[in-house]
Ligand binder design. Structure first.
Ligand code: NG6
Ligand code: CA
Length: 531
């Protein structure tokens, strides 16, 4: 089947053909206005780690940390070695994953504050809408970081939020508004603060502190759990200072050491409650983002301190979900995709000794740069796909060039979704890449650095557009940005981008510059190598 430059052509998978016919035709009579899906449709679980690097899992060569559960997932599925998040930070990657639109097409998709208004608009067609309309039960559990409510800074956290994930196709959500290092430090369940404490009304500001409230800057003696290494010196919650100011919360405030347990328990419950119908679960972990503060039972389980222990905790969460799939008899027909929202970062603002305890471990594996960077380490991420019923050749690796931008259309093809015209505009159906039945590279992928510099990978080549910014991040982490005022062209036979071939290969350079112009203009699908 030839499809690699065509958008969204739905494929027939020969060995699944009978099941597929049922999937497409078999929706049962609508119940409560929502069609119920064919039971043969696979469950889909996206396990989305935070800041987990390409080299952070044992099956990707990690040192000093064991990840047996993730490794089992890989042994029972496909491990991808050339797959990319859309961007080198969270918000744009997640926006792109869930909408199938490149975040850089929209101005307001950078790292969101904890009081950002909802970035995906209710009228947009999301991955969750797609599953919901196909009759799936849908859930988002864990880190959100895409805004809540109608308007930035205007939320009333003491009442139901007027717009939340229910407006984006999620039947159920139990989420952190942004990140663990940003206020408000409470879970939101179906549009309201979970475990709300009326005796401690919540106020949030990203502009000024509330009178009388301690901060990390002024009251470092109150930081009994973690101290900042840069930034993160505003409100103190659970002995850790954060970005932004908050007041109140009381018993609704999370304890960092319990976040993994809490979200995993909610994920397990959602699976149990929906075991008899197809479900889609977006399970986005807090691990291994800062502040890294894993539960005591994971402390010392790696030799890398809190960052390594947070990887162990992540692996435990994955194991718990796999165990529950086994217990419910759902393993066979559940497609699990595991990945990360961007590359790794070692010191991201807390004094957790991550840097000094690394030893020989290389969080980004062979790639240059880390989170935030235009170099590969910014977006090169682990990707593992397991679906026993649908993937025949397991325990294998695939070096196919892949981007998370395509997962919406690909999963849409999997479930026979009918997607509205104009939805997921940048997402292509590459389902056969995901299932290992086609190893043809995507003709190109585009990567977004934290400062909006775009890079394009095509065939063996990578082009990074010129930018006058500094070579190193200036505000904290010790990370190469990938910035250069000259255009950069690398041959990707060498994983580590080192020798800029732009001066010697002007034709290749022009070709990729033209490609990037076409992609920006929404005409990337018309490009062919060598043109
Ligand atoms: C940065 C934070 C960093 C992290 C990042 C977002 C500072 C000094 N650093 O601004 O700690 O929170 O934003 O990470 O504030 S992300 O993975 O959610 O994109
Ligand atoms: Ca991240």
């Amino acid at each position: 089947i030839i499809y690699n430059t065509m958008k969204r052509q739905y494929l027939t998978l020969p060995f699944l053909a009978p099941a597929l016919c049922n999937w497409v035709n078999g929706a049962e009579a609508p119940k409560d206005g929502q069609p119920s899906a064919d039971r043969n449709l696979p469950n889909v679980i996206v396990i989305y780690a935070d800041d987990l690097g390409y080299g952070d899992l044992q099956c990707y060569g990690a040192k000093n940390v064991k990840t047996p559960h993730v490794d089992r997932l890989a042994a029972e599925g496909i491990r991808f070695t050339n797959a990319h998040a859309v961007a080198a930070t969270s918000t744009p990657s997640r926006y792109s994953l869930l909408t199938g639109e490149y975040a850089w097409r929209r101005p307001d998709t950078d790292i969101a504050a904890g009081n950002a208004g909802m970035i995906i608009r209710p009228g947009q067609y999301t991955m969750a809408d797609m599953f919901h309309h196909a009759g799936y039960a849908t859930a988002a559990i864990g880190k959100w970081h895409l805004g809540l409510g109608d308007k930035t800074a205007a939320q009333d956290w003491n009442a139901p939020l007027p717009s939340a994930l229910g407006d984006l196709g999620f039947d159920y959500h139990y989420i952190m508004a942004a990140t663990a290092d940003r206020v408000p430090c409470v879970f939101i369940e179906n549009g309201q603060v979970a475990n709300y404490d009326p005796s401690a009304p919540i106020e949030v500001s990203y502009e000024k502190n509330f009178p009388g409230e301690p901060t990390g800057r002024d009251n470092p003696e109150l930081l009994y759990n973690l101290r900042p290494s840069h930034g993160h010196d505003m409100s103190i919650v659970n002995g850790i200072s954060r970005i932004g100011y908050m007041k109140g919360g009381g018993r609704a405030l999370w304890k960092d050491e319990n976040i993994a347990d809490s979200i995993t328990a909610h994920a397990v419950r959602f699976m149990q409650e929906n075991k008899d119908r197809p479900f889609f679960m977006y399970f986005a972990t807090n691990d291994v983002h800062v502040p890294r503060f894993p539960h005591s039972r994971f402390r010392g389980q790696s030799s890398m301190g809190l960052r390594g222990d947070a990887i162990v905790q992540f692996d435990w969460s994955v194991g718990r979900i796999m165990e529950e799939l086994d217990r419910l008899g759902l393993t066979e027909n559940t497609l699990v995709i595991l990945s990360s929202d961007n590359g790794p970062v070692v010191d991201d603002g807390y004094d957790d000794r991550a840097e000094e305890l690394l030893g020989r471990h290389r969080p980004a594996g062979p790639w240059r740069g880390n989170k935030y960077s235009a170099f590969e380490g910014g977006t090169a991420v682990p990707v593992i796909v397991r679906w026993p019923k649908g993937i025949r050749n397991t325990g294998v690796t695939s070096d196919v060039l892949m981007s998370q931008i395509d997962w919406m259309a690909s999963l849409g093809a999997l479930i026979g979704a009918r997607m509205p015209e104009g939805s997921a505009p940048d997402s292509w159906n590459r389902l056969e890449n995901l299932l290992g039945t086609d190893a043809t590279d995507r003709p190109w992928i585009v990567e977004q650095a934290a400062n909006h510099v775009l890079s394009v990978r095509a065939g063996e080549w990578k082009y990074i557009e010129p930018n006058d910014g500094p070579k190193m991040i200036t505000w904290g982490p010790k990370i190469e940005t990938g910035n250069d005022s000259r255009p950069q062209l690398y041959h990707m036979k060498e994983a580590y981008e080192q020798e800029n071939l732009a001066p010697r290969q002007p034709e290749k350079l022009f070709e990729l510059q033209k490609l990037l112009r076409m992609i920006r203009a929404g005409k990337g699908d018309e490009w062919h190598e060598g043109k």
